[in-house]
Design a protein around this ligand. Structure first.
Ligand SMILES: [Zn+2]
Ligand SMILES: [Zn+2]
Length: 169
């Protein structure tokens, strides 16, 4: 996920490069179980101040279903668009000021996308992943996994409103 952009930095504003990405990113974050390589298109454009990175990327991660707690594979699609700025001026080698550590091109002209990609994945994750849209989860009375079949609770549950009606009769 590290690109040497020395050549692109020497070119005129508006120059660009395209990359076809396909990279294993298993170790990108201890909290993520990556199940597919990162795939997609990336473009880097020389701007007046640095390099604009644009990309549309996909991968897949393993999550746990919010309802039944079984593991599921979640496809993750996200875009990145961020301008990186060089730490040193290409022609004078003078240090340049910067505030954003994660969008800095280092002294060796390395542009590292790892942090942007890590954040992109987290932002694209669903808040409540489900293994299937109609996942039935557990019975909250007996704990039966309802995707595997119904439990007996429904028949034995007595609706309190019915009880009242019975008494009235
Ligand atoms: Zn589920
Ligand atoms: Zn039940």
């Amino acid at each position: 996920m590290r690109f040497n952009v020395a050549q692109l930095l020497k070119r005129a504003t508006g120059s660009s490069r395209r990359y076809q990405m396909r990279e294993g990113i298993e170790g990108i974050d201890p909290g993520l179980i990556i199940r597919e390589p990162l795939v997609g298109q990336m473009e880097m454009v020389r701007t007046a101040d640095g390099i604009l990175v644009r990309g549309e990327l996909t991968t897949a991660v393993e999550l746990q279903c919010d309802r039944c707690l079984e593991p599921l594979i979640q496809k993750v699609e996200f875009k990145i668009e961020e301008e990186f700025r060089p730490a040193i001026d290409m022609s004078t080698e003078a240090q340049l000021p910067y505030d954003e550590e994660e969008t800095r091109i280092d002294e060796h002209h390395i542009l590292d996308l790892i942090e942007l990609i890590r954040q992109g994945i987290f932002l694209a994750l669903p808040m409540h992943p489900v293994c299937q849209l109609d996942c039935l989860g557990f019975c909250d009375r007996c704990g039966q996994k309802l995707n595997e079949g119904p439990c007996d609770c429904k028949e034995s549950v007595v609706d309190p409103r019915l009880e009242i009606l019975k008494k009235l009769k």
